[in-house]
Design a protein around this ligand. Structure first.
Ligand code: HEC
Length: 156
């Protein structure tokens, strides 16, 4: 017998049993139905920040590396990055518009600019949420609303 069919029969039987018991028992129907639904959908659940991870793997990884540590003196680490963790809106903007280079981070100078990486605020928010919660970072999350005042104007 096919699985969904079996669940339907089980659930049907359950509801039938419950309905004999009077009005108080019928309240248990809803949780029973939810439990069945959860079992069915659990295996296809996506990992959190999957969209941002995809963008990171396509764009950021070449410079900031798979472990987010970057390469000292060339590409700064995103793991524990003070800028990222304290200026989340700035990090979204940098992903959209790039950065001129010349920052000194933890005593190391980064002379090269960062080219802009994404075209939409949706993508920028997604990838920043991924880096805020990867490489040991526990930086919370940003929303599209946080990005509402950013003007998209990528550095040439
Ligand atoms: C071509 C190499 C390159 C790519 C690709 C790149 N970056 Fe960068 N990134 C840099 C450089 C260089 C800097 C330092 C820029 C500066 O000093 O102004 C930087 C800085 C940063 C910073 C600030 C770090 C700090 O502590 O100040 C963040 C956040 C960041 N990048 C996020 C990203 C994200 C997210 C992506 C992918 C969407 C990305 N970068 C792709 C080169 C790159």
């Amino acid at each position: 017998m096919k699985k969904p069919m079996m669940y339907a029969l089980l659930l049907g039987g359950f509801i039938a049993l419950q309905s004999c018991g009077g009005s108080t028992e019928t309240k248990t129907e809803a949780p029973a139905a939810t439990a069945v639904a959860k079992t069915e959908t659990a295996p296809v659940q996506e990992e959190p920040f999957a969209a941002g991870k995809k963008i990171y793997m396509e764009k950021c990884i070449v410079c900031h590396q798979a472990n987010g540590q970057g390469i000292s003196g060339a590409f700064p680490s995103l793991a524990g990055s003070e800028f990222l963790l304290t200026n989340k809106v700035g990090a979204i903007a940098q992903t959209l518009n790039g950065a001129p280079g010349g920052s000194t981070i933890k005593g190391v100078k980064y002379s090269a600019p960062m080219p802009f990486q994404v075209d939409t605020k949706e993508d920028a928010v997604a990838v920043i949420n991924f880096v805020l919660n990867s490489f040991g970072n526990k930086g919370g999350t940003v929303t599209l609303d946080d990005a509402k005042d950013i003007v998209i104007n990528p550095r040439p």
